[in-house]
Every structure is written in C-alpha cells, then in structure tokens.
Design a protein around this ligand. Sequence first.
Ligand SMILES: [Zn+2]
Length: 191
Amino acid sequence: MRKKKPVCEHEWVDYKCTKCGQFATDDDFSLISDNTWELGSLSEIKEKLSPELFTLHIGINITGNFQCDGWHNIFMYQGRLLPHTEAVLDELGLQEIKNSFSKIITRFPKFASDEFTCDNCDELKFLYGAYWELPEEELRKYSEEERTKIADYNRLIEELDNISDKYFGYDTPYDGWESVIVYIKKLHNTD
Ligand SMILES: [Zn+2]
C-alpha cells in the first residue's frame, strides 16, 4: 500500500511546528525527547532550556516511562528524573500524584537525593524483589525493620501507580498526555 504523504515535515520549536503551526502530540514526544537528551547531562539540559521547556522534558519522560513500566522502573532506571519530579508534578498541576510521590521520598529520601547514579539500584531491586519473589519463609529471615521497609516501599509504589493511572492511563483524556498537552498550549497562550 502506498504511504500517505505527511501533511508537513514538522519542525518543532517549543513543541509547536514552525511550518504548519500544529502542536506536537504524543506521536512526536519521543523524537523531541531524544533530541533533547542529546544536549548533554540533565544538569546541562536544565541550563540550556527555559524552566517551562525543562518542565515539559521531565513531564514527558515521567508520563512515557510510567506508561511503559510504572513507577518502580522509573526509580530503578530513570533515577535522574527523580530529584526534579516533585517540582514538575506541581508545575503540571498533578498535585495528587505529587503528594503520593512525596510520601515515598519522605520514607526513602536518598532515592531522589541527587543526579542519577545507580547506587540505589541494588536496594531498590531488593525491596521490590523481596516482596514479589521471596517465599514467606525467606522473608521471615529479615529483621522486622527490613520487612517493614519492604512492605512500605511496595505499598507506596502501588498507591503511586494507581493514582498515576488516573492521569497517565491510556483510557484518560489524550491517552494520558492531557497535563503535558495543556501545559504546551498554556506555553503558547492558547486554550
Ligand atoms: Zn508542521
């Protein structure tokens, strides 16, 4: 079958096409995000972008990664996003998700303490794996403090996943991208 010619070879500036005036949608976000990641480390990206564009970059990565794998995998593999997550959720008007996220950070402050390193990966893997994979008798070998930590982490992640589903789930407006799309339109002063 012959491919349809695209309406426009979009050139995105601030998530708006300079040729046809169309706003970027979730079909375009991963490409724009990949290009942004090429600007350098996250702190370099932060320096190069306006605060609004930085918010969008983080917001898009949180939404997309959540949709793929949920919050535990963001903690495991996208740790560099975490120090910025509370501010970005606030900025995007996602207070309910932010409040739930903050509970994890209050309980486990080091998971969002600075730029991405995988120092926390072993512990995260343990907390998650112990809960889902260890048989009951293995789990009993750990101290009560360790078992409480395991239970707390998994309970808080599950709560955060459930709340996030209400905003980022595929069955929500704009397939989970409403907060990002509203923010882009606000950036360009259109409703
Ligand atoms: Zn265009």
